[in-house]
Each structure stands twice: as C-alpha cells, then as structure tokens.
Design a protein around this ligand. Structure first.
Ligand SMILES: [Fe+2]
Ligand SMILES: [Fe+2]
Length: 305
C-alpha cells in the first residue's frame, strides 16, 4: 500500500498547536452519557439517590481519562517510537517512520489534556483515591507477550496499537455531539477525535504493511493475535465497575445484580461488534481473514459468526 501522509496539515490542525479546550462544566448537565455508565438508571442504583449517580459518573470519567493516559504512554507512544526508529521492521516507508514522531507528540498532548480535564471537574479533588489497579489491557499484553517467542514482542505491541487506533469506540463517536454532556468533556473528546482521524488513516497503512511484509511464521501469529487484541481492547473492566458500585453504596449482592444486567453476554458482544466494525472490515480488506488460522480465532472471540 502506498503511504499517503495524513500529516501534511499537521502544524495547522493538530490540537497540540491550539489552546486547551474550554473546560466549562455547566450545572444541570452530566459528566458522561448516562447509558455508558454501568448502574445509572438501574432501580437499585436510583434508590441510592443523586449523590450515588454523580459519584458513578465521576468514576467513569476518571477511569476514561486514566485509561487514555495509560494507553497513550504505555502503548501508542511506545509503538510509535519503535516505528520511528525502525520503520522497515514493519514494512513501513521512511516517511511513515519519520512521521510516527508526530503521533508521539499528539499522544503526549492527549495524555496531558486527559489529566488536566479530570483535575478541573468540580468536586474531583475531594474524591478518595481508589485502590490502584493496572488496566486489563496492560496485564493482557504482558500475558500474550509471555506466550510468544521473544522476537515477536514488538509485533505484538504494533498490532495492539494498530487495533486500538483503528477502532472507533462509541465514546469517541457520540460524546462531541451529545448536548446532555458538559462542554469540558465534549470539547476534550472532540479535540481528541480530530487528531485520531489522522492516526486512523496512518494505522490503516500500518496494518496493511505489517501484514503484507510478514513472512508465513509472523502471519501465523498475527492472524490469531488480532482477534484477541480486539477483545482485549474492548472488554469491559468489570472489577473496576464493581468497586464503583460498592463505593456508591450497593451491597455485594446488589452490585452483582446490576453488573449482570448491564453486562449481559449479549449486550457485551453486541457492543464489541459495533465498536470493532471498522477494524473487522479492515481485517477483511487486508486479507487477514483469509488466513486459515484467523477465522476460527475471530469466531472464538465472538467477533464474527
Ligand atoms: Fe490519542
Ligand atoms: Fe492516536
């Protein structure tokens, strides 16, 4: 695939060259779309009152931003640096390698804005810290790395980041237009989306080239890895949600009832399929799904039938 730089207008349009978003939090508006916060609207949570609802929203926003920071620092920037330093290892041209450094800059800025946003939410500084936990994607990557021959460690990271950068989650898609949500959150997500549109086309190229330049042994590994990485990125962090529900005042039994209702297997599978749709189409276009080990792996992860 020919590289077509998505960064020609980078100095004009990238958000790192703009002022910080307007962080206004209007009273009466919500911090996050309620249907994306587990428990909100559930009768067991409604009974706890407005304070519990607001606390759950804050926890959701906090975790979304903490996730963004970790993803940028530990995965996207790390992968982009590897690409910048050795583009040929993944079948990428020299210009794509040079421009990976612009992604490092963008992502570092996204991490900064994510944390600034959360610090400016009224009431956030009084929120007690939750027990620190590693996001499941980092644990999952460590486990997958152990299961692979050492020489594929970089391929694992590049494949994971290519997946995460080509997925369009419902959060990125919906929030900027959602008038129920405070301006601070909408503006921050909108800015992030503007840069991510550029990264999306860049990583479509990465997936094409990584696959096309791979010898049969690397293809064998990538074919089943992609399916696992899509699930790893999109699977909900149920342990974290349980901690929020307990903190909001539910007893362990009621927390499980709420989690079972919100994260029913059908609902989780439908959400993951919707969010991964563009990436699944990409897998098809690139030819990954024609590989004999890919299709069973995608079926096993319930991404296709
Ligand atoms: Fe980003
Ligand atoms: Fe990105």
């Amino acid at each position: 695939m020919q590289y077509q730089s998505p960064f020609e207008d980078w100095y004009t349009y990238s958000t790192v060259h703009k002022p910080l978003p307007d962080f206004t939090c209007e009273t009466g508006l919500v911090l996050f779309p309620p249907e994306l916060v587990p428990g909100i609207g559930h009768p067991l949570v409604d009974k706890l009152g407005d304070h519990a609802t607001r606390r759950l929203m804050m926890r959701k926003l906090e975790s979304y931003n903490a996730f963004t920071e970790k993803l940028e620092y530990k995965a996207v920037m790390a992968a982009s640096i590897k690409i910048a330093q050795n583009p040929r290892a993944f079948g990428l041209c020299e210009q794509a390698g040079r421009e990976a450094r612009l992604i490092v800059t963008d992502e570092s800025h996204h991490a900064y804005v994510a944390i600034e946003l959360i610090k400016r939410i009224p009431g956030f500084s009084e929120l007690p810290p939750l027990a620190p936990s590693q996001p499941p994607f980092l644990r999952g990557l460590e486990e997958l790395e152990k299961s692979l021959p050492a020489e594929f460690a970089d391929d694992l990271l590049i494949a994971f980041v290519a997946i995460s950068e080509t997925l369009i989650t419902s959060i990125l898609r919906g929030i900027p237009r959602d008038r129920r949500v405070v301006s601070a959150v909408r503006n921050t997500v909108r800015d992030h989306c503007i840069d991510e549109a550029r990264h999306h086309s860049y990583f479509v190229y990465v997936v094409h080239q990584h696959w096309a330049s791979s010898a049969p042994d690397r293809r064998e590994i990538l074919a089943s890895l992609y399916a696992k990485l899509i699930r790893l990125f999109l699977d909900p962090n149920i342990d974290l949600c349980r901690a929020w529900l307990l903190e909001a005042g539910l007893d362990p039994h009621d927390a499980e009832v709420v989690l079972r209702d919100y994260y029913s297997p059908e609902r989780v599978a439908a959400g993951i399929r919707a969010d991964s749709f563009p990436t699944l189409k990409l897998m098809e276009r690139v030819g990954v799904l024609d590989h004999p080990t890919a299709r069973p792996a995608f079926v096993e992860q319930k991404l296709i039938d």
